[in-house]
Design a protein around this ligand. Structure first.
Ligand code: 1OR
Ligand code: 1OR
Length: 377
């Protein structure tokens, strides 16, 4: 969604989100004085910001570290419920878009393959379960555009949202060119997301191909599932002491990025020596951490609900230091892939590193020698 000059600078997602929401509020309300409006807007935003971390009992870092010890009690779920940021923008209970069946647009294999390629990098889709993803693919339809075509006009009601397969599209607000999409990206989500008139005009500069999804499907599948997911992971994320280092908004982004995985009793989750693709939070059940030692494996730790593992290899960029198995029944995990880990868990890095120092000293105790689990050279 960037113009040539803005593409060189990395804009943090949080900044984009806040500024976009502010811009929309400004555009919709059209107040006489921008600065007065901005001062008021951001004061309100600050006043309504959910209270986090510091008032919670036992939220200090030393407890976070101890809670990862095999013998420690799993941390309790906090009683102070934080309101999800998302809930303020969207309330699925109040959403009456739930009636009727979802449209299905039949596609050839070739079309479907192109569509999958186009939506591959859409963040909004990445966290969908397989079944929902198939619903989304079924519900999207192709739209060919010609140079000069208006796809969206500012002020209109929102009908569809679009993922770009090809073509160049220019975005105008009040007839002023503000950005350009170059053969990739998506647009038209704001009006559907916030139930507002179109915030901008989008016009095709070249011929191209878009994949569209109607408002109802968008809200039903994407919004509802994102909302449910945030609700579902809210408890887990609030129960992981390390994540208290995150802002509420950051924790919600984390919820969006998590993927649920289930393992049967005895099943291997991580294999020592493998390359790492992500880390895990334990939603339910217990896992056993084991290390190879003279042709056998010995258990070095047991972890339970609210604890995490698999972070070590991501932090040190080394192979997995240990194997991890589901024990004592079904284990439910929330998986965070390495890209999301790097994008979202920066604020927790210090705590994770201290915890890793703790592994080192345990290692020394158990094996009597330094096994170099964290040496990154
Ligand atoms: P929509 O449903 O409102 C117009 O229809 C679409 O243009 C909008 O969703 C976005 O997907 C897309 N502000 C608002 N809408 C934008 C912007 C934008 N850029 C792209 N769209 N910007 C803020 C300008 C003050 C530009 C941000 C780089
Ligand atoms: P990983 O990505 O290396 C295996 O994959 C995971 O097991 C590892 O991340 C940690 O999250 C987890 N030493 C090394 N890894 C451990 C340990 C551990 N405990 C859990 N993991 N020690 C146990 C300390 C109580 C020290 C070794 C004796």
């Amino acid at each position: 969604m960037s113009s040539d000059s803005s593409r060189r600078i990395q804009v943090p997602d949080e900044l984009k989100e806040v500024l976009l929401q502010f811009s929309i509020a400004y555009l919709v309300e059209q107040p006489p004085d921008l600065i007065d409006f901005a001062a008021d807007y951001f004061n309100k935003l600050q006043a309504n910001r959910p209270i986090i971390a510091s008032t919670d009992n036992g939220a200090d870092d030393s407890q976070s570290i101890n809670s990862q010890d095999g013998d420690a009690e799993p941390p309790t779920v906090q009683s102070t419920r934080r309101k999800s940021v998302f809930a303020e923008a969207y309330d699925p209970e109040a959403d009456d878009d739930d009636e009727g069946a979802t449209a299905i647009f039949p596609k050839t294999d070739e079309q479907r393959a192109r569509l999958i390629e186009s939506v591959k990098n859409v963040l909004l889709f990445r966290s969908l379960e397989k079944e929902q993803m198939n619903q989304v693919l079924d519900a999207m339809f192709e739209r060919k555009v010609l140079p000069g075509d208006y796809i969206i006009r500012q002020g209109d009601d929102g009908d569809n949202f679009y993922v770009i397969e090809s073509g160049i599209y220019k975005v105008y607000i009040n007839d002023k060119h503000i950005s350009t999409y170059n053969h990739t990206g998506l647009f038209g989500e704001l009006a559907l997301l916030y139930n507002m008139p179109r915030a901008a005009t989008v016009q095709a500069e070249t011929s191209g191909l878009l994949w569209a999804m109607d408002r109802q499907t968008f809200r039903r599948i994407l919004l509802k599932s994102a909302f449910k997911k945030r609700k579902m992971y809210e408890e887990l994320l609030n129960s992981v002491p390390m994540l208290k280092a995150l802002q509420n908004y950051e924790r919600m982004n984390l919820a969006d990025a998590l993927v649920s995985k289930t393992y049967e009793d005895g099943e291997q989750i991580i294999k020592q020596g493998d390359a790492a693709d992500g880390m895990y939070f334990i939603e339910e059940g217990t896992v056993s951490v084991r290390m190879d030692q003279d042709d056998t494996e010995i258990e070095i730790s047991k972890l339970g609900k609210g604890q995490y593992f698999g972070e070590l290899a991501l932090v040190t960029h080394r192979p997995r230091a240990a194997s991890v198995y589901a024990t004592g029944g079904v284990v439910k995990l929330a998986f965070l892939d390495v890209r999301a880990f790097e994008r979202l868990l920066g604020p927790c890095m210090d705590i994770m590193k201290r915890n890793i120092d703790d592994y080192e000293s345990q290692l020394l105790k158990i094996f009597g020698s330094k096994n170099n689990i964290t040496d990154t050279r």
